[in-house]
Design a protein around this ligand. Structure first.
Ligand SMILES: NC(=O)c1ccc[n+]([C@@H]2O[C@H](COP(=O)([O-])OP(=O)(O)OC[C@H]3O[C@@H](n4cnc5c(N)ncnc54)[C@H](OP(=O)(O)O)[C@@H]3O)[C@@H](O)[C@H]2O)c1
Length: 404
């Protein structure tokens, strides 16, 4: 197996295509398809080895099936939007092609991301001997694999996980989102949520914050938000008692978000404008800079990882696994900023795991259900080296003390 079809020629899809094109020993045939052919053409010019391109509207299952039958890939990497997850999964089932994505399905008319739509595909994929690998970006993705690695190699029992995500970079724009604006704003404006002692606890958006000390960045105010990997990790990490997700937002970002929300620009229901229904969030997306345009002159770093508390050999243990990624270095290598880069490299390594036979199975899998070690051995070579340290309670004093 060596033929890949990438669907979605956006900011992160560009990194996926370029990285595949740098690894021709694994990816012998690379095809990139997207809604606009010109998006594919721009990316193909950046690739160091030739790739093929096509137009596809991945909302249209029949069109996608026709492309799959023409290209005959072994694996589709879905780098389009969460709205396209189900139609692409349906097309893969029909054409007999394995599937991978980086974000779970969301219906357009409801900002609710959950695996409840994709997990039920398990039996259908299994019956056809196909594999669907869900959530193989950074978070979800690498974060889940850090958890799987900690479960297997560092702890006898993991009690708490805090996933901590800091973008300490500056793109110099008044307001921009680092991945697709519509999906990003839908995520951040949702109610917050975390899991404790078997229950989901909801909180008002951005209503709990604490200082997290990020490697190579330092202490940054971080907000408790809900993130999709929590749903699968709760199922797959044995004995877990609590999982939370923290993300940094600058005061400037929050100021803009508040204003946009207050004036109704983040609404996802149609508003009639001069006789035409307009969805404010979709219109806002057209006004904001695309994430693929942010790389030039972007300075600073992302610092993302997982902080664990649990037991090893009967003793209490705390550990931190993380990656730091520099925006300017990512731009130099791929023309992308670090958020697109950290999203785009893990699916390439996931696809390598699949093609090399380290990840195999029939059905639908979240990445923490698959062997972590071969992924952890490869990911550093592909640009996202990880580090690990045992830590003490005082090293993340606020995080361990915050009452939730
Ligand atoms: N797990 C993670 O760590 C993580 C982090 C960030 C983002 N993500 C996910 O990564 C994905 C891509 O994000 P991004 O920042 O790269 O967004 P983006 O720059 O907006 O790219 C999305 C691309 O999808 C294509 N697309 C949209 N509708 C399509 C359709 N119906 N058929 C075919 N192609 C279609 C668009 O292509 P055209 O240009 O051709 O119109 C667009 O360029 C999203 O699903 C996002 O949620 C995951």
């Amino acid at each position: 197996m060596d033929s890949v079809l990438i669907i979605g020629a956006g900011a992160a899809g560009s990194v996926v295509a370029q990285k595949c094109a740098m690894n021709r020993d694994v990816f012998k045939k690379i095809h990139l398809a997207s809604r606009r052919l010109e998006s594919c053409e721009k990316i193909a010019k950046r690739c160091v080895t030739p790739i093929e391109i096509s137009h596809v509207d991945a909302d249209n299952v029949a069109e996608t099936v026709a492309l799959l039958k023409k290209v005959k890939p072994d694996l589709v990497i879905n780098m389009a939007l969460p709205y396209q997850d189900l139609p692409i999964m349906d097309a893969c089932l029909e054409a007999g092609v394995h599937y991978m994505d980086t974000a779970n399905y969301e219906p357009r008319n409801e900002a609710k991301f959950t695996y409840k739509w994709q997990w039920p595909y398990h039996d259908k994929y299994k019956a056809k001997g196909l594999m669907a690998i869900l959530g193989c970006g950074f978070d979800p993705g690498q974060s889940n694999i850090y958890c799987a690695y900690a479960q297997e190699f560092l702890f006898d029992e993991i009690e708490t996980i805090d996933i901590v995500d800091c973008n300490d970079g500056s793109h110099g724009k008044a307001f921009a989102t680092n991945f697709n604006p519509e999906i990003n704003l839908r995520e951040v404006t949702q109610r917050g949520k975390y899991w404790k002692n078997g229950q989901w606890i909801e909180i008002d958006p951005l209503s709990i914050a604490c200082m997290v000390d990020y490697p190579e960045v330092g202490p940054r105010k971080s907000y408790l938000i809900y993130h999709e990997e929590e749903e699968s990790l709760v199922e797959n990490i044995r004995g877990l008692k609590q999982i939370r997700f923290w993300m940094t937002f600058s005061d400037n970002y929050i100021k803009h978000l508040e204003v946009l929300q207050n004036v109704g620009m983040t609404r996802i229901d149609p508003v009639m404008y001069k006789g035409t229904p307009v969805i404010p969030m979709e219109f806002l997306k057209e006004l904001l800079p695309p994430p693929s345009s942010l790389g030039e002159n972007y300075t600073g770093r992302t610092s993302i990882g997982c902080i664990f508390k649990g037991k090893k050999d009967g003793k209490e243990k705390r550990a931190f696994i993380w990656n730091v990624c520099d925006h300017a270095q990512c731009y130099k290598e791929t023309g992308a900023q670090a958020v697109s880069y950290t999203t785009g490299v893990p699916p390439v390594v996931g696809a390598m795991m699949f093609f090399k036979g380290h990840w195999k199975g029939a059905g639908v899998f979240n990445v923490e259900q698959l062997p972590s070690k071969p992924f952890m051995d490869e990911i550093g070579k592909q640009g996202l080296p990880w580090q690990m340290a045992e830590i003490a309670e005082k090293d993340q004093a606020e995080l361990f003390a915050v009452k939730t």
